[in-house]
Design a protein around this ligand. Structure first.
Ligand code: FMN
Ligand code: 173
Length: 354
């Protein structure tokens, strides 16, 4: 079974370079995107000996959802650019792996169709919906109702995108909208006759904590904020009744030169002090990365690009193999650290010698 890096190689060979660059690329000089990976590599694991178990349990419980491992599918846009089966392939693999998929609002498959495919795999699909809150609140409400009706179990509000990051690879290619025949299906016909163009997703710098309060009274679903990096915002989020946080820098695609997520995590963990669960995404490529994130305070991690590499390389089977590979690496890491479950991963198992 191949590593995530090998899947990226295969994906790069198979993809149109414009789409490969859309997936791989990030904002500005891509400093943050690189440091997400490099910071994991710089941290050392300090294993314990003579205290492990042959029976390891990777399962977690997160905001009423159950996952067979602390490794989730992060929300990414436009899966049909990676493979003709698009999000349907991804969701089948994620449900077969018995984990949570966070479906992007900017999916190229409608949430109802994603949910129907999930139900063919499991009677109890763990689907969460990622939302760019729209300043037009009727529009926001319509999309929330659509996600609720489809049966999603949580809403993930992305808050790191008051404007879209500048991705210079996309600028060079002139790639700014989907090719003919593909649209953002979740927007199609929402507001009467809308075609579902990417530019209909409004990014707004005027969103505020009041909008989070508004969303809380609109829905009974747990709300997570994605893209929190400042500990003060983490405290504010808890005060606003948010159910969880995703410590994320959008894979380095928004503001360049923000810290690697694994470097930002300890301060956020300290600020929330266990009040809500933390999920980390950005740069997770190996089972050892998962272990480091959990040791430093995350309850789970999200995989963004690795899932896209699996999808581009081999559709549903490729996503399945990426998820199984990272699961297997994480289980192996637990064994080598003398741990029997994610709960055994404590901060003393991680050191920075630099
Ligand atoms: C091609 C691509 C599309 C993305 N689309 C979205 C999106 O629609 N909504 C969102 O909240 N985050 C989006 N993200 C960010 C991911 O959810 C996640 O934060 C990031 O990919 C994690 O880093 P990783 O790719 O290193 O695993 C996207 C990331 C990529 C690479
Ligand atoms: O590419 C992204 O990172 C992303 O978040 C996005 C969101 C909306 C439309 C296209 C891309």
């Amino acid at each position: 079974m191949s590593s995530v890096a090998e899947f990226e190689e295969t994906a790069r060979e198979r993809l149109d370079p414009v789409y490969y660059d859309f997936f791989a690329g990030a904002a500005g000089d891509e400093i943050t995107a690189r440091s997400n990976v490099d910071s994991f590599a710089r941290l050392c694991l300090l294993p314990r000996v003579l205290r492990g178990s042959d029976k390891r349990d990777l399962t977690i419980e997160l905001l009423g959802s159950r996952a067979s491992m602390p490794i989730l599918v992060a929300p990414t846009a436009f899966h049909r650019l990676a493979h003709p089966d698009g999000e349907l392939a991804t969701v089948r693999a994620a449900m077969a792996a018995d984990t949570v998929m966070i479906v992007s609002m900017a999916a190229t498959t409608a949430i109802e169709d994603v949910a129907a495919a999930a139900l063919e795999v499991t009677p109890e699909p763990e689907l969460w919906f990622q939302l760019y809150l729209q300043p037009d609140l009727d529009f926001s409400e319509a999309i929330v109702r659509r996600a609720e009706r489809a049966g999603v179990k949580a809403l993930v509000v992305t808050v790191d995108s008051p404007v879209l990051g500048r991705r210079e690879r996309d600028d060079r290619h002139g790639f700014h909208d989907l090719p003919p025949g593909m649209v953002v299906e979740n927007l199609r016909n929402l507001r009467g006759g809308e075609p579902g163009h990417v530019r209909q997703i409004a990014m707004s710098a005027e969103l505020s904590w009041e909008h989070i309060a508004w969303l809380r009274q609109l829905t009974a679903l747990p709300i997570l904020l994605k893209g929190v990096l400042h500990p003060e915002d983490a405290r504010l989020a808890v005060r606003h009744g948010v159910a969880g946080l995703i410590v994320s820098n959008h894979g380095g695609r928004q503001l360049d030169t923000v810290p690697a997520t694994i470097d930002a995590l300890p301060e956020i963990a300290e600020a929330v002090a266990g009040a809500v669960p933390l999920i980390l995404d950005g740069g997770v490529r190996r089972g050892t990365d998962v272990a480091k994130a959990l040791a430093l305070g995350a309850s789970a991690v999200g995989l963004g690009r690795p899932v896209l590499w699996g999808l581009a390389a081999a559709g549903q089977d490729g996503v399945a193999r990426v998820l199984e590979r990272v699961r297997e690496e994480f289980d192996h890491t637990l064994a080598l650290c003398g741990a029997a479950s994610p709960l055994d991963l404590t901060a003393d198992l991680v050191r920075s010698y630099r």
